[in-house]
Write a protein that binds this ligand. Sequence first.
Ligand code: NAD
Ligand code: MLT
Ligand code: K
Ligand code: MN
Length: 351
Amino acid sequence: MKTLNIASIPGDGVGKEIMPEAIRVLEKVAQVHGGLQFKFEEFPYSCDYYLKHGAMMPEDGMDRLSQFDSVFLGAVGDASKVPDHISLWGLLLKIRQEFQQEINIRPAKLLKGINSKLADPKDFDIVVVRENSEGEYSSIGGRIFHDDNEIAIQNNVFSKRATKQAMNIAFDLASKRKGLVTSATKSNGIFHAMPFWDEIFEEISAKHPNIKSGSKHIDALAAYFITHPHELDVVVGSNLFGDILSDVGAAIMGSIGVAPSANLNLNGKYPSMFEPVHGSAPDIVGKGIANPIGQIWTAKMLLEFNGEANIAEHLLKVIEAVTADGYQTPDLGGKYKMTEVTDEIINRLGQ
Ligand SMILES: NC(=O)c1ccc[n+]([C@@H]2O[C@H](COP(=O)([O-])OP(=O)(O)OC[C@H]3O[C@@H](n4cnc5c(N)ncnc54)[C@H](O)[C@@H]3O)[C@@H](O)[C@H]2O)c1
Ligand SMILES: O=C(O)C[C@@H](O)C(=O)O
Ligand SMILES: [K+]
Ligand SMILES: [Mn+2]
């Protein structure tokens, strides 16, 4: 029997609602598999934890999480309790950076039966490879002076190593898919970092003559996600550009409530972390209508990266059969509750 030890962090808002749903699904997956079991330990790290303890996690929090095969996270953030930059840097971004989860993989494709927000979405299937450890997400900088004289300085950090790594992963992925990599740039406006990014992209492109590649400025590329998503394959972007593009990708998937993501540690020193693209959705908390599919599709990615590709594919097929038959939450225009969608997935896993 193979055991996967998973640290679950439901976090805030709808994270607390969808996490139990995904765990119910994973328990069923294990039962169907026969040779797999999960041991979950839940960690209460969240904005409520912050209000009690003055920090998003305890001093030994990272040490404890490091003992697990993977971290499974819901969503972090509740601006009514803790400012967003404090909650994100104290938990989500802390884990991404300290566990060296330098790559974030964010698929965007349309599941059967779901209406895209596009009138004619065709059959798009995109993977955003987001550099996940540096770029615009840097704590280097500061603020000086007061009142109208106040100045904020925020430094971007782009290393050749991490940039190359994200691009190499994008090319590897494209070689197993449609063979196209598109780079998100903004070298017309961002004077230092983006020409640097483009030079590295050209260098890596030259090493992959069998893969088609091209660059688009982030503004035009965001529009291209809307107008020509079926012409994209793998898209590689910096931390901020990848963040924005993955929300556009989620919108054309029908709702951010379905979009999954994997924060990957590549050197094996720390666990990877799996969490949906969306946040804590404060506007729908407590209504029982959060879409559980983002968290459940994320569970599919957790299985895949823990060596269980077959059952992972099976789970995605079951999710898609359920959406195809119209079991959808209100964000997708459906009338079903969160638990009803999950129940349907669990029923069909058992068949
Ligand atoms: N990775 C993360 O944990 C993460 C991601 C994004 C935002 N956040 C945080 O979440 C909080 C809210 O951020 P936001 O409003 O910008 O983004 P959000 O993703 O929480 O919500 C955006 C919109 O999408 C809807 N939505 C999100 N998840 C849904 C689901 N599962 N089912 C149905 N609808 C869903 C919400 O109702 C809302 O209308 C903030 O504190 C922010 O910092 C965290
Ligand atoms: O990375 C972020 O900025 C947090 C959230 O928006 C996300 O996409 O995970
Ligand atoms: K999330
Ligand atoms: Mn985001």
